[in-house]
Write a protein that binds this ligand. Sequence first.
Ligand code: ATP
Ligand code: MG
Length: 556
Amino acid sequence: MSDTENRPSNFIRQIIDADLASGKHTSVQTRFPPEPNGFLHIGHAKAICLNFGIAQDYQGQCNLRFDDTNPEKEDIDYVNAIQEDVKWLGFEWAGDVHYSSDYFEQLHGYAVELIEKGLAYVCFLNAEETREYRGTLNKPGKNSPYRDTSVEENLALFEKMRNGEFEEGVCALRAKIDMSSSFMCMRDPVIYRVRFAHHHQTGDKWCIYPMYDFTHCLSDAIENITHSICTLEFQDNRRLYDWVIENTSVPATPHQYEFSRLNLEYTLMSKRKLNTLVEEKLVDGWDDPRMPTIAAFRRRGYTPASMREFAKRIGVTKMDNTVEMSVLEACIREDLNDNAPRAMAVLEPIKLVIENYPEGQLEELTVKNHPSDESQGTRIVPFSRELLIEAEDFKEEANKKYKRLVLGKAVRLRGAYVVTATRCDKDEQGNVTTVYCTYDPETLGKNPSDGTKPKGVIHWVEETKALDATVRLYDRLFTVPNPAASDDFHSVINPESLITLETAKVEPALAEAKPEQAYQFERQGYFCLDNRIDEPGKLVFNRTVGLRDTWAKISG
Ligand code: ATP
Ligand code: MG
């Protein structure tokens, strides 16, 4: 990991290099600060790889801190899921998990300090008045009539707020900064509000909760964070961040740096909207493999290494952009092409009968688990007179482009013999149900002795030994590249984002499949056993990704 040659380079790392060179800092301390109000998505994975990656490469530390100042929206289940995701991505946080709520007592003390310095006041304007007084981007705000309340009275009022003597919304503690600032966030922002809400960490201890902008910078200072990295929407808020640090007696001066957030085509990246998809049961939970959450990618068969590689390829800049799905898919496809064992699965089977193969005979063929990685060894694949092949791999007639089984033509059965189709049976609708063929017993691992070379290779399973499986084919969840831009994302949900095939038959070795471990189903794509199967022994495979990039075609 400390191989300097392989380190990504970006503007944040350049700042850190300069800070270390100048002696401004002697070590690096970062943090990843999720709010536990939903599962982490792939945008968070970018932030995780950045913060934890920096800590790793600079022999520093990265804290995991739950930014938990909105008790109504947060939940302990999210706290647990987030820790699971960070660990799964391959990172370790320094020491114990931190919570902003660990610092509520200290934060309260800093708020009192601001009041004592005449830099904060309790304001009784209602929501509408507050909005009116704030002004707009083109119009300066007006001072609140409560701005000049005495320090003593403010201290007493804030104490009353803490003691639950004011209803929610009646008053708030505001920082006294500048109502005519060109940065809206500096126009006397609220730093504490009243909420009679039960908190997942602090229970009913508090009925006042600090706001994000006040909490975040102080928590960074308390934890001695050197480089506080966040996304660009907080750029303006940096003024407030610095103001709070400057005007309180915190022991450190952390600095905030902003980078552009990840946007990925055909997905939504806001926890609020993802929550709606879950709540309205438009998907099967936060880890539904169509979701852009880390838990969903995991369930779909993505590897931690592929997600880290993706973060590396997209890089870290200050430029807003939207990444194409093909970039992400290339990462997992390359990983699985190198590493996933091969297996055979027939998703929509028809029967193949080899008429010159001895009845009742069962052969055990030895087949390589990976075409180039010898270390993956071999497995036994049963073979007999009656096999199953993919319905779409047979045609009575076809042109030369169709390199599969055609009447009168030869094709190789993967890992087995060359067969030639002779005739077929059909049902009443004209669908082929059984194909009859002959095989050449001399072609196991060799070409036919007459010098002909079969045009194609198809996959198959032995009928009596094959296992039943359900296969879920996932596609993009939305029909448009930027669903966030549509008025109502409901109208752009892809009705074919999940196709479930109950008819699949897989080779017996797949009885040993482990959840989340992807296989390449020969000629079909990459699939892994689902990690939420409720019936023991049931085989449900999720498609991780196809073998080739089909996205270029869709968007082109
Ligand atoms: P969302 O907008 O999806 O609800 P958030 O910013 O509210 O996300 P937080 O839990 O506050 O989510 O985010 C934790 C960290 O992850 C923050 O530092 C935030 O900047 C970063 N982050 C969130 N979304 C993205 C993204 N799309 N790309 C990169 N970093 C992100
Ligand atoms: Mg947030």
